[in-house]
Every structure is written in C-alpha cells, then in structure tokens.
Design a protein around this ligand. Structure first.
Ligand code: NAI
Length: 701
C-alpha cells in the first residue's frame, strides 16, 4: 500500500488521511493509496464508518497539474484515475464522511463529493477552480454538484471557479455541517448521529427534478457564455456537462463529462492558460544564483516620492503587512501623499475589496517624513521620484549614504539605466530596479531589474518581496525599457505608422481589441499620458538612441507639443467625454498634416489583419532579440510580462507562446512580407536570428 495514504483506526471508525504535503495533491500515489485503503476497509468487518481527511494544512488542492502538463490524456491512464477512486468511496457500504479543513479544491473536492457526507472546519473553503485553466472537473464534479445543490447554483460555482466559504457551502448544501471543535471528533459524532441502517446518501443516486430550474436555463446560460474569452470554451462545455447531469443517468453523464474534459484539455485556450500558470511559477526561478543564497530579511520598508507610483507602491507594501515610511520633498506633499493613501485604503475597505479592519490596519502602517535619516533603519527602500537621471542619481547617492548596511535600495525607474543609478548609490551590490506598473497596488506585474553588480541575495530579496506583494515577478536585465516597455515600443511605433498611412485610432484599437488586447494602443497611450510617452522618445532622441527614421513616433511628439496629453487633458489620440474615447477630427487633421509633410500617401483601406500583424509581430521579434541578448532568462518570462502587465489576451498565452501556436515559420514569413511591402531601411522587419532558427525547424504553416 502507498505510504501517501494512512489508515488509523479509532474504535470502529477508520480515518483515512492523505499525507502528501503541502497540498495533498491527487498524484498517482495518492489516488492508488485511497483506492487501496477503501478496498481494504470494505472487507474489514471491524470498521463501521470511514473519515477521509488531509494531513497538514488542507484537505487537498486537487490534481497535480504538473502531472498532465503536455501529456494530454495519456497522463490519466497512469495508475488509477480519479473517477475510479471516487467510485470506490461512493460505493462503500459504510458511511464515508469527508472532514475538510483548509481547502478542498478541484479533484480534492471531487473526492469529498464522492463521500456520503461532508463536514468542515470553520474557515475552510471548497470549490472547483478548473475553469481557470480552461478545464472542467473531470472526476464527477459536474455530475455530483448539480445533483447535490441544483442546476443553477452548480453551474455558477463550476463556471466561476470561485472558492466557496464554509458558511455559504453549508447554506447551499455543499457541506452538511461546520465543526467548531476538533474536526475528526466532529466527523465521528456526525457518523454516530446517522440513523442505524439508514440508506447512505450517494449523490450519484439523486435525480434532478426539471421543475427545480427554469426550462430555458441552459439556453440562456449558453447565450450568456463567459465574457472572459479564455474561459468561454470551457464554460460552454461545463454547461453541456451540467445539462447531462440534469437529463441523463449518472454513468452517461460521467461519459459526457470525460469527453468534454478531453475536449477542454485539447483546446488552445487551456493550453495557453496552463502555459501561463507554469510560466508564472517558472519566473521565480533564477538559474545563475548560487545554491543556498538566502534573501535578506525585510521588516521595514521605505518609499521615496509620494506621487502616482510612490503612493501605489506604499499601498502595495502596506497591504502585504510591511510598515512603510514615505518620504517627500516637503511636509505638505508628505501629508498629501499619506492622506491619499489612507483615503484609498478606506475606499478598499468600504467597497469590499479588503476587509475594513485589514484596510484600517494596513493604512496605519504608512507614515510620512521629509527626512532621509528616517529611512536609515529600513531594510528595503524603493525610490519613485521624477524620471530624471540627474535627480535620481542624487537620490541614489543620498540613499546609499543614509540606508543601513545590508539594506536593499531599489529604483522604480521605467527608462533609466539601473547600472548608472547603482554606481551613483556607491553600493551597487545592494541596488536594483523594481519596476512596478500603474496603479502599483492593482497591477500584477513587477519587473525586477538586475544590474551588473546586483548581489544575488539582493536579487533574492526583491523576488521574495515581490511574492509577498502577490506580484507576478519577472527578472529583467538592464536595457532600454527592460522587457515590457522594450517589446511594446515597436508595437506603438507601428500603430503610429498606421495612423500616418490613414488608419484611424478607432480602427487600430478595434482591430487589436478584437485580437484580444485589453486596450488598443491609442487608448493605452492616452491613458498612460501622451506626454510621458513623448518624453521618453525625446530623451532617447537626445541620446542618439532612435533609429534614423524621420517619422519615428512623430505623432506622440506632436500631440505632446499641442498639449494633447491624453485622457487627463481631455484630448490626445481621441477626445474624451468622461472616460469615453471619441474619434476627433482635430486629431485626424494632425495625423494627416504630419503624413503630408513626411510625404506618406494615405492608403484607401487597411485591413484589420494587417494592423494586428504589424503591431504584434515586431513585438514578438523584439522578444527574440531580448532572449538572444540574455536580458530575460526564458521565453515564458516574456509571456508573464505581457499577460500580467500589458493586457495581452490570456487565451493566446502571451506573445512568445502565441508565436509558437501560429508557427515560427509563419511569424518569420509575415515579417519578411512586411519587409518587402513596407520597406526595411531601418531593419524593423528583419527576423531575429533565433526566430530564423526556429522557423527553419518549424513544422507549422
Ligand atoms: P510623479 O511626478 O507622480 O511623482 C514623483 C514624486 O516624487 C513627486 O510627488 C515629487 O514631489 C517626489 N519627489 C521628487 N523629488 C523628490 C525627492 N528628492 N525626495 C522625495 N520626493 C521627491 O511621478 P510618478 O508617475 O509617480 O513616477 C515616479 C517614478 O516611477 C518615475 O521614475 C517613473 O518613471 C516611474 N514609473 C512611472 C509609471 C507611471 O505609470 N506613472 C509606471 C512605472 C514607473
């Protein structure tokens, strides 16, 4: 018998414990252990009741998704499949009670559903989150849940994938009792309370009365679908499964569930979501840090600059429980920043995004100062002052002198050379970039910028803080724009070129939003601030870093001059009524005039497919260059950056994964097509060498 599952007898009751810390995932060994335990207990006449539970901090987190990564359905033939295990629990002639603590998710909850009854500790959560990976519960979850709690609630729970707290689970009927004291004792009492000889409640035997849900329920739910495109396919399949549960015998429903599960597993969406899941985990691994490198302890943090970013960063730090001391140039600004942070926490508390008491205690962690000596005992200080090299160098030097030995000093710069700032600090080993995205307490992405002298433990510290802030943290080397802004640059460049050729901001945005981008490039630039974008271009121009292209991003530079700074000034690429972007003939006149002066002829029509390809493909190509230069460790890191920080469509898995799914050869060929049709004087369309190599071996298209 597998040692992952243990049986302990207490009187006539057998306690079956899954013991595969930390998550008790339903690996092949765990499945085999449960199967064997129940087979043995069925024959053991001394046992009159069985409790199933998990060791450590939870019941079970469900399937081990690393087990089926890239294996398709082959993985499921390994040993016992979970449905078989559930069948054995379900068929037990002795009452079986799941004792749930921590959480029972996915396959873990399917195990609990195949027990005859469920009791849970207060604070436990249950749920079927498979949809978040573009999948559905494949071991009876879609068949048992509707039988237990009705079609409507089951559809909601399975297609949302959201966890259900114990109280809601009890009122829905997902669990039978909340146990306040010792969970196992509670489960034993539950069994003792069952009427002797009473029929066991096997969920599979319940039939669903059509009168319990509206006749048009399935049609309406299908039509509503799922607004998240990445989850739409799985959602339709979930509805099919629940309908099968409502209208077919259990065993037929199980067959429907399995074929739908396999269809989900084979879907592009699920492939992309699984890729994103693994990519995020992988991003935490830093290959060239000596084994055993420990992060430095971080107890107290500092933020310099209380503007847009400094405030967001301080909120994010305080949300994670770090005391934050925020420094500004004068008392008025310091007070204004702290007041704004408090107000934001109040809003988070009153809107239900945070528990009010947590919001209040987080708010209390932030204090203001105007004196750099107050940062002297911080373990980590993040600088977010104006984006100006001289100002930042002075600040880096001051922080280098003021911070205690061993403190980590980070800059939130988005465009400046982190190595120059590190030198200026006088202690480059302690220095790195921590590039947050706006609003910093909302956006998931954090780029940690590793300077050439950043010490391994400095890097590990920033990564650990990133995790504590619940960010998707990715390491970038030093280069202009780091990973994200460097890759987005050719995307924005092409959107401007298309405007000069006669596409409108609305057409460009619609085309890219139809591709799945959360926001098209013109609206994105208006939101981020045209002046901010233009300033970067102007600075790069001064430094001689721009291509020798007289039309290079001339639109944003002109709009900036005209005071059309985007949403904040009511005018940019569009004009704004509130937040509504409206095509503006005045802006159009600017584009037309610039095009005329540059000698660019207006084209009669530009296909949406050209817009998408011209914006997305050079972005991908830049990704290959970044990898060639060693700026990023791995291609999947670039996907994490774009999925978490730039609204790249989740169903496409990030730009580099997308390139793989459409075929590297196709990507290369389309770049060459644009080189030919648009001209390639600047090398904009020259495929990266590594892309060429992949294209040469690409079987696709
Ligand atoms: P901001 O202009 O809103 O805030 C800068 C703040 O720094 C001001 O409140 C100013 O009073 C303060 N400050 C200036 N010198 C100071 C000093 N010596 N000591 C203390 N405080 C000082 O600027 P924002 O947008 O917050 O940007 C800050 C940094 O974050 C810049 O490096 C920027 O490139 C970067 N960043 C900005 C993003 C954005 O979307 N706004 C996104 C990612 C990074």
């Amino acid at each position: 018998m597998s040692d992952v599952v243990q049986i302990q007898k207490q009187g006539n009751i057998a306690i079956v414990t899954m013991n595969l810390p930390p998550m008790n995932v339903l690996s092949a060994a765990n499945r085999a252990g449960l199967y064997d335990a129940f087979t043995a207990l069925e024959k053991d006449s001394s046992v009159t009741g069985i409790i199933v539970t998990g060791a450590g901090r939870c019941f079970s987190a469900g399937a081990d998704i690393t087990e089926f990564k890239g294996k398709g359905d082959a993985a499921f033939s390994e040993g016992r499949d979970l449905s078989e295990v559930c069948d054995v629990l379900d068929a037990s002639s002795k009452p079986v009670v799941a004792a749930i603590h921590g959480f029972a998710f996915g396959g873990g909850f399917e195990v609990a559903l195949s027990c005859h009854y469920r009791v849970a500790a207060p604070g436990a959560q249950v749920g079927l989150p498979e949809v978040n990976l573009g999948l559905l519960p494949g071991a009876g979850g879609t068949q048992r849940t509707p039988r237990l709690i009705g079609v409507e609630q089951a559809t909601k729970i399975i297609s949302s994938g959201a966890p259900v707290d114990t109280k809601s689970a009890l009122s829905l009927g997902l669990i039978d009792q909340i146990v306040e004291g010792d969970l196992i004792e509670g489960a034993k009492s539950f069994i003792a309370g069952l009427a002797k000889g009473a029929k066991l409640r096997r969920i599979r035997d319940i039939t669903i009365d059509p009168a319990t849900y509206p006749a048009d329920f399935f049609a309406k739910t299908r039509a509503a679908g799922n607004k998240k495109r990445a989850l739409a396919f799985a959602t339709q399949r979930i509805i099919d499964c629940v309908e099968a549960a409502a209208t077919k015998p259990f065993d037929e429903g199980m067959k429907a569930e399995w074929s739908n599960f396999l269809a989900c597993m084979a879907s592009t969406e699920s492939g992309a979501l699984q890729h994103a899941f693994f990519a995020q985990r992988e991003a935490n691994k830093i290959p060239d840090v000596p084994a055993g490198t420990k992060e430095r302890p971080v107890k107290k943090t500092g933020v310099v600059g209380g503007g847009t970013m400094g405030r967001g960063i301080a909120i994010s730090l305080a949300m994670a429980g770090y005391p934050v001391i925020l420094m500004e140039v004068d008392a008025t600004r310091a007070e204004a920043a702290v007041a704004a942070i408090r107000a934001e926490f109040e809003k988070l508390g009153s809107s239900g995004k945070m528990k009010p008491d947590q919001a209040a205690s987080s708010a209390a962690l932030v204090t203001g100062t105007t004196s750099i000596t107050d940062l002297g005992d911080c373990d980590l200080v993040i600088e977010a002052v104006f984006e100006n090299l001289e100002i930042k160098k002075v600040m880096a030097a001051q922080l280098g002198a003021a911070c205690k030995p061993g403190a980590v000093i980070a800059s939130n710069t988005s465009t400046l050379d982190v190595d120059l700032l590190a030198q200026a600090s006088g202690r480059p080993a302690d220095f790195l970039g921590m590039h947050f995205f706006s609003p910093a307490h909302v956006m998931k992405l954090l780029e940690v910028v590793r300077g050439k002298d950043t010490a391994p433990d400095t890097l590990m510290t920033a990564m650990a803080v990133g995790r504590k802030l619940q960010k998707h943290t990715v390491v970038s080397g030093v280069c202009f724009g780091f990973i994200g802004n460097r890759m987005i640059e050719p995307y924005v460049r092409e959107s401007e070129a298309l405007l000069l050729e006669g596409a409108t901001p609305g057409q460009i945005d619609r085309a890219l939003e139809a591709f799945g981008m959360a926001m098209g490039p013109c609206r994105m630039m208006d939101l981020a601030g045209v002046d901010v974008g233009a300033k970067t271009v102007i600075e790069r121009d001064k430094d001689g870093m721009l291509p020798n292209d007289p039309t290079y991003r001339i639109i944003c530079r002109e709009l900036e001059k005209l005071g059309r700074h985007g949403q904040k000034t009511g005018k940019g690429y569009y004009r704004y009524e509130g937040r509504n972007a409206i095509e503006d003939p005045e802006a159009q006149a600017v584009f037309d005039d610039l095009a005329r002066r540059a000698g660019i002829a207006k084209r009669n029509s530009i296909e949406d497919s050209e817009i998408v390809e011209r914006c997305i493909l050079p972005l991908i190509n830049e990704g290959f260059l970044i990898l060639e230069e060693g700026i990023a460790y791995r291609s999947s890191d670039l996907d994490t950056v774009f999925l978490s920080g730039y609204g790249f469509p989740a169903e496409r898995g990030g730009p580099m994964y997308y390139a793989q799914t459409v075929g590297h050869k196709w990507v290369r060929d389309r770049l060459l097509h644009y080189a030919e049709t648009r001209g390639n004087a600047q090398g904009y369309w020259t495929p990266a060498k590594s892309l060429e190599a992949l294209a040469a071996s690409s079987p696709k298209k």
